[in-house]
Design a protein around this ligand. Structure first.
Ligand SMILES: [Zn+2]
Length: 374
């Protein structure tokens, strides 16, 4: 992984790079960032940079002996640890990350911004709870105490140390008194779930969520989306690239068109038209339905911001902003708040397996009344 493959976050990148060029890489650090913020890609880019023989000021070279392996996640001195479940016929206690290494390399190649859900699906974890077990901790100590193979340095990247139980304390000595040129990078999402003993001994590197514009550019190139659609998705996903990719891959219909037709149908309140609109929604998967209502909430919040401030710097695409401007002659701030309440409740109810058709019919009539109110 190159630093340049990760959108934005230039401040973090240059701080990490300078620890390498100044020879001040912390022996143990925690990259702390929400899901989809790119903590793991950042750790992978740093590991490649540490190993690279011909690094430049901003990135690893990509073609030296070390890069040839580190960029394919097969460098023998870059070790990985991550939560897993029982592997095949093995007992859980005997299973470690290494059993899932081919799967791990696959997902890093495909989508290093993945969340726990994608990882567990990828390894067919079904309902088994993942963790990082005792054998794994012992293996890590063994690996890091051995001589390195091809580089002067050794790196351990542990993804989600939150899954370490009390056995994580076995790693404390390693963190406190690491062998020379050994660098431990823990990539975490939730500070509250990390063993305090470990947290207090690592240097904390906060990974901020991505800016909307960076996500928009990233997904438009990666998934060949038009810029309007990419921007719309980026605005929705609160800095989470993983979420942006999953929404984009769903090939969902244009949510703004759906929302406008909903408001139109509600305004007229013709039962036949309402039912037709509802069947469009119920044809979608539950995830898409939730995404649509989330979109509705996002749109109306931005609409309110625009109505109150007349500020055009809202998180809406040009097309959405035009819609918002036209809409403001019929829907004022108070009406919009009432509509947000209805959409919010709908979004919550959909996850609760209620009858979506009946709920949406009632909601549509309610929204109609709100819009027509003088
Ligand atoms: Zn290189």
């Amino acid at each position: 992984m190159f630093f340049k493959d990760i959108p934005g976050n230039n401040e973090v990148k240059s701080r990490l790079i300078s620890t390498v060029t100044k020879g001040r890489i912390p022996h143990a650090q925690i990259f702390l960032g929400k899901e989809g913020a790119g903590g793991l890609p950042m750790a992978l880019a740093l590991a490649s940079y540490i190993m690279c023989e011909y690094k430049n000021e901003t990135d690893s070279c990509g073609h030296c002996n070390q890069c040839n392996k580190s960029h394919k996640f097969i460098h023998p001195d870059i070790h990985f640890s991550y939560p897993v479940v029982k592997f095949g016929d093995k007992k859980r206690a005997d299973t470690t990350s290494d059993d899932f290494l081919p799967k791990w390399r696959e997902i890093l190649t495909e989508t290093p911004y993945m969340g726990t859900t994608e990882w567990l699906q990828h390894i067919d974890a079904e309902n088994n709870l993942p963790n990082i077990n005792v054998k794994e901790c012992n293996d890590i100590m063994h690996k890091l105490n051995m001589m390195s193979y091809e580089s002067d340095n050794k790196v351990l990247i542990m993804w989600l140390p939150e899954y370490l139980g009390a056995e994580g304390n076995r790693l404390l000595k390693l963190i406190e008194e690491p062998t020379d040129n050994t660098f431990i990078i823990l990539v975490a999402e939730n500070q509250d779930h990390i063993l305090q003993t470990i947290l207090s001994r690592c240097q904390l590197v906060k990974i901020p969520v991505f800016e909307s514009k960076d996500i928009s550019q990233y997904i438009s190139v990666k998934l060949d989306l038009n810029s309007e659609r990419a921007e719309q998705i980026a605005n929705l996903c609160e800095g989470n690239i993983n979420l942006a990719l999953s929404i984009a891959k769903n090939e969902a219909p244009d949510y703004s068109d759906m929302l406008i037709s909903w408001l139109r149908v509600a305004y007229k309140s013709d039962p036949v038209e309402i039912n037709k609109w509802i069947s469009g929604i119920t044809d979608m998967s539950k995830d898409e339905q939730i995404n649509f209502f989330e979109y509705g909430l996002h749109f109306f919040r931005q609409f309110n911001f625009h109505t109150l401030t007349h500020n055009n710097q809202v998180m809406l695409t040009n097309k959405e902003l035009e819609i918002a401007k036209k809409m403001s002659s019929i829907i004022n701030f108070e009406k919009s708040i009432d509509i947000i309440d209805i959409i919010n409740e709908a979004a919550q109810n959909i996850s609760r397996n209620i009858n979506v058709k009946i709920m949406l019919f009632a909601d549509t009539l309610l929204i109609g009344e709100i819009i027509r109110k003088k």
